[in-house]
Design a protein around this ligand. Structure first.
Ligand code: FES
Ligand code: FES
Length: 153
């Protein structure tokens, strides 16, 4: 069944069963592979996208549900090749190791700063709580989000 998804500001048509996950449609049908598959059960945060302003697990959203939302993936964070402040801070502070969790963290951080440009450390920790990192870069990731918040002021 054809559905039009609004992804990174553009309408993108997919032809899949309505119950297919948004994560599958992004990766397999639209070629937006920066959104990662981790657990497939809403527990790791690797697949987070921004949907109507909130960081959500795209593995738990169906294409049918997503078709009524504005979706932003990591591919939509940079502008004309310039990294977003959150992306730049993660790069500058080396806030990644293997990088598998990074796109989900960038999404959570971006959603946080969009709704609260001046978070304290506890709020950043809370925003990243759903993003599991097997490499344990939490400290650097939290500093990167606080640095990005400063850059945005
Ligand atoms: S793959 Fe979606 S939360 Fe883990
Ligand atoms: S940097 Fe490896 S899982 Fe987070």
């Amino acid at each position: 069944m054809k559905r039009t998804l609004t992804v990174n500001g553009a309408g993108r048509e997919v032809d899949v069963a309505p119950s297919v996950s948004l994560l599958s449609a992004l990766r397999d049908d639209l070629g937006l592979t920066a959104t990662r598959y981790g657990c497939g059960r809403g527990q790791c945060g690797a697949c987070y996208v921004i949907a109507d302003g909130r960081a959500v697990a795209s593995c738990l959203l169906t294409v049918d549900q997503a078709a009524r939302m504005e979706i932003t993936t990591v591919e939509g964070l940079a502008t004309d090749g310039t990294l977003s402040p959150v992306q730049q801070a993660f790069a500058d502070l080396d806030a990644m190791q293997c990088g598998y969790c990074t796109s989900g963290m960038l999404i959570s951080a971006t959603a946080l700063l969009d709704r609260d440009p001046e978070p304290d450390e506890a709020e950043v920790r809370d925003a990243l709580a759903g993003n599991l990192c097997r490499c344990g870069v939490y400290g650097r990731a939290i500093r990167a989000v606080l640095t990005a918040a400063e850059a945005l002021r």
